[in-house]
Unconditional design. Structure first.
Length: 216
């Protein structure tokens, strides 16, 4: 019963077969386009085309405005798509192939050593664009670009999905336009930045983190 409910509330399409049986995952490359993909550093391309699980260790600095904190706390019981712990924290990022896409689980240590996690799955939509799918049915349709060596994900639309039902969410009901940047720093390290900017209120959430590649 719980497994069936989870399948309905994890939004987005499902693949009938494992999509990444090939030596690499080319989803981001296909959606971004060959020219922009090849403009990215080799280390960035390697992270987003891998098919084997990976564990990245690092440190984050999270800033939440009052409105951003309210959004995070209100959504916490429904899949926790936003970080709820502000300040500087050690963090882990677990990446694996799951449910027709790449699963990204960010784990933070909060007060009293408690662990909090934010998990999402990036996978292609039915029309070949990219979705960011979170527990609880929260979904973002993303635009991709390459900007001076950084891979950039920017939200275009928000949805709430339950099975085959998809309900668009107006931007003012969300924390704002989301932008994620993945920037290689060399020597097996990269910077991850996340921001949400509301059309009326301005910035609500910002997170900056530096992570290291696993030693394989």
């Amino acid at each position: 019963m719980m497994r069936s409910l989870a399948a309905l509330t994890w939004s987005g399409p499902r693949s009938l077969s494992e999509p990444f049986a090939a030596p690499r995952n080319d989803t981001i490359e296909r959606i971004l386009g060959a020219r922009a993909w090849l403009s990215l550093p080799e280390a960035v391309r390697a992270r987003f085309e891998r098919v084997s699980p990976a564990l990245y260790r690092g440190h984050t600095d999270t800033r939440l405005t009052l409105v951003g904190r309210l959004f995070a706390l209100c959504m916490f019981p429904f899949g926790a798509p936003l970080p709820v712990v502000a300040g500087e924290n050690d963090a882990l990022v677990k990446v694996s192939v799951k449910d027709g896409g790449m699963s990204w689980t960010r784990i933070y240590r909060g007060p009293f050593g408690l662990a909090f996690q934010v998990r999402s799955i990036k996978r292609p939509s039915e029309d070949g664009r990219l979705l960011e799918c979170c527990a609880g049915g929260w979904t973002m349709l993303l635009d991709l670009s390459a900007d001076h060596g950084s891979l950039v994900f920017r939200s275009r639309e928000f949805f709430w999905r339950f099975g085959s039902v998809s309900i668009p969410l107006p931007l003012w009901m969300t924390p704002g336009v989301a932008e994620v940047r993945h920037t290689d720093l060399g020597q097996g390290r990269f910077r991850f930045t996340l921001s949400f900017d509301h059309p009326w209120i301005g910035r609500t959430v910002f997170q900056d983190g530096v992570f290291s590649d696993p030693k394989e």
